[in-house]
Structures are given as C-alpha cells and as structure tokens.
Design a protein around this ligand. Structure first.
Ligand code: NAD
Ligand code: UDP
Length: 336
C-alpha cells in the first residue's frame, strides 16, 4: 500500500513511517517542519535503510497537496499534522483553530478529488470532559477544556459528517492517551522544542541535566499518592494501534472512534520512581503547586479497541522508561 503520512517528521508520525516501511509499505511524507525535524526523517531512513518521497509543505496549501496526490497514487492517509501544545492553544487560539481545522479540511477535499477515501486521524483524550468518571470509554462525554482539545472535537465532527455525506469514506478516529517512549533503536523519539510541558520529556531532560529538578505539580489530589493519574502508552504500542486501524479501514466504511491507551492509570510519582528504578538514577524533584487546568485522573477503557481493532498495548512501564532514556542520551544536536 502507499500511505501518505502528514506530520511524518514529528514524534508519532516518524515512528509510523518507520513501522510502515518495516511492514513493506510505501510512504509519502508531508510536513512543514513547524515542530518536526529533518533529524527525525534521517532517523527513519537509518532505521529502515530506505529513502522515501518527502514534501516540505504546509498541508493547508491546496496546490501543494494537489501535487502530492497527483504524483502518487495514495491508498490511505495517516493524518498526524497538527499543533498540539495545550498551553499555547490557550494563548494562541486562532493559530490552533486555523492550523488544525484548515489542514484537515484541505486534506479531505483533496482526498475526495483524487478518489482517496481512507484516513486514520490523530485525535486525543483531551476531547473528553474532566467530569467523566474513569475509565473513559468512547461514549464518555466530550468537553475539552482548551482550544487544542476543541480543535480535535471539531475535526472529529467534520470527519463524521463527511462519512455520512460520502459513504465511500472510511475514517478511523484514534483518541490517544499519553504517548511516551521511543523507538527501540534510540534513533527517533519525542524531542520537544524549548522547555517541555509534558511529564516524560521533562523527566528525561532533567535526567540529562538540562533542568535542575522535576517539579511535581500537586500532591494533594484525591488519588492514592496525591499526584495525578494518566494512561501512558508506549509509542510502539500506539503505532501498532494505527496498523490495526489501517486494516480496519480496509474492511469498514464510515467513521469509527477508538481509544488508544493501556487501561492502566499511573501516577506522576509512580512514573518518576519507575524511571529512577529502571535506569538506576535518582532524579532531583520537588512538589510544586497544582498546574492550572489539570484534572486528577484519566485513563482509557481499551475494550472497544481490543474487540474491534484487535489491538492491545503490550509494553510495560519499564519499557517506556528505558526507551525514553535511551533516546534522550542519543538525541542528535539538530533535534535539541
Ligand atoms: P508533533 O508536533 O511531534 O508532530 C506533528 C507534526 O505535524 C510536526 O512535525 C509538525 O511540523 C507538523 N505540522 C503541524 N502543522 C502542519 C501543517 N499545517 N502542515 C504540515 N505539517 C504540519 O506531534 P506528535 O506528538 O507527533 O502528535 C501527532 C498528532 O497526534 C497531533 O495531531 C497531536 O495533536 C496528536 N496527539 C498527540 C498526543 C501525544 O501524546 N503526543 C496525544 C494526543 C494526540
Ligand atoms: N507533570 C508534572 N510535572 C511536569 C510536567 C507534568 O508534575 O513537569 C504532571 C502534570 O501535572 C500531569 C501529568 O504530569 O498530572 C501528565 O502531564 P502531561 O502534560 O504529560 O499530560 P496531560 O496532563 O496533558 O495528560
């Protein structure tokens, strides 16, 4: 199959590229490098030992997308391109709505024009209302608390409406929980620009001496150890979920939504302790005030994905900690 990977120079997209090549698929990659890097693409080439067509382009640019679909007979699109920083989406909402909605609209229009009807869309657990009880099922109430999450809800609705209007479309919406870890080679991984907002990159950068200590945002939540609970899923598992979704989309028209998580809640303290233990480290840490907007507990019900996609996460917490640290020690200077 020939698969277009939008956002393929980013964290998740680059792992998708490596896996698709390993499975013998052809890929075409489009990324505007707003957050992705050439180093991630080079990592994919090293891992796979093969080259692939890459278009440095903004996928809101209809002419540029047109060229890609004209030059390649695409069978399926995995659509990762998007802006994802929750905090920035609050301070720059227009940029977020503009990018995440228009990229999806332009992509859908161009797909339809070229008779390409299969898409796997990167949605997020950030679409769920914090009022839900856990575990979160695909039927839990939606209600994002920030513009980023709202762009994902809106994209989901656009894609659902498209599938109703055009029954040839087959779209799989994947609501990711917290993606962590890195490729086992240590050649690609999560390498945020500037100071990371997310826990795992902050932990690994602190271990590498880039920050003086990890601040744990709140230890007075109503959870067993007082720190927030999330569902961390290893990037390799997350990518396996996409491979299952691609297969599912071949057999099922319409629009279907799935959580991609482990179903297991891990607290901030558990994660830091596991990182220390796995890697023989002792991270400097302190307790800081709660981070505004955080909610105590979120983890997935993985049942629907298990039943319908035949997907189940396999990697352990130790795998997540080991692979994150392996990549951090390997980060090429161009990716810092
Ligand atoms: P990332 O920032 O590493 O990758 C996104 C890529 O898209 C980047 O390389 C960026 O340069 C590119 N991009 C953005 N806008 C573009 C545009 N208009 N045209 C072309 N390229 C564009 O992020 P990621 O962690 O790999 O996330 C991938 C997708 O998954 C995003 O849509 C994100 O919202 C979603 N997601 C991620 C997580 C997570 O834990 N990382 C969780 C839930 C959802
Ligand atoms: N967190 C923390 N210190 C950090 C970064 C994050 O204590 O430097 C906590 C954060 O408050 C949350 C959890 O780690 O409870 C996961 O945060 P992240 O931003 O990675 O994911 P999200 O909250 O968006 O699910």
């Amino acid at each position: 199959m020939k698969i277009l990977v939008t956002g393929g120079a980013g964290y998740i997209g680059s792992h998708m590229c490596a896996e698709l090549l390993r499975l013998g698929h052809e890929i075409v990659v489009a990324d505007n490098f707003s957050n992705g890097t050439q180093a991630a693409l080079d990592g994919v080439k090293k891992i796979s030992g093969s080259d692939f067509p890459f278009y440095e382009t903004d996928i809101r640019d209809e002419n540029a997308l047109e060229k890609i679909f004209y030059e390649h007979k695409i069978d399926c699109v995995t659509h990762f391109a998007g802006l994802k920083a929750v905090g920035k989406s609050v301070s720059e909402p227009l940029e977020y709505y503009e990018n995440n909605l228009n990229s999806t609209l332009t992509l859908c229009r161009t797909m339809r024009k070229h008779g390409v009807f299969r898409m796997i869309f990167s949605s997020s657990a950030a679409t769920y209302s914090p009022e839900n009880s856990v575990p979160l099922t695909e039927d839990s109430v939606l209600g994002a608390t920030n513009p980023y999450g709202r762009t994902k809800i809106m994209c989901e609705e656009i894609l659902r409406d498209l599938c109703i209007a055009e029954p040839r479309f087959s779209v799989v919406l994947l609501r990711y929980f917290n993606a962590v870890g890195a490729h086992e080679s240590g050649l690609i991984g999560d390498c945020p620009r500037g100071i990371p907002n997310n826990l795992m990159p902050f932990i690994s950068q602190t271990a590498a001496g880039l920050h003086s200590e990890l601040k744990i945002f709140g230890n007075d939540y109503n959870t067993p150890d007082g720190t927030c609970i999330r569902d961390y899923i290893h990037i390799t598992d997350l990518i396996d979920g996409h491979v299952c979704a691609i297969e599912f989309s071949a057999e099922n028209a319409g629009c279907e939504v799935f959580n991609l998580g482990t179903g297991r809640g891990i607290s901030v303290l558990e994660m830091v302790d596991a990182f220390d233990k796995t890697n023989g480290l002792k991270l400097p840490r302190s307790i800081a005030p709660r981070r505004p907007g955080d909610f105590p507990e979120a983890y997935a019900s993985p049942e629907k994905a298990e039943k319908m996609l035949k997907f189940r996460a396999k990697k352990s917490l130790e795998d997540m900690c080991r692979d994150t640290w392996k990549f951090q020690r390997n980060v090429p200077s161009e990716m810092r």
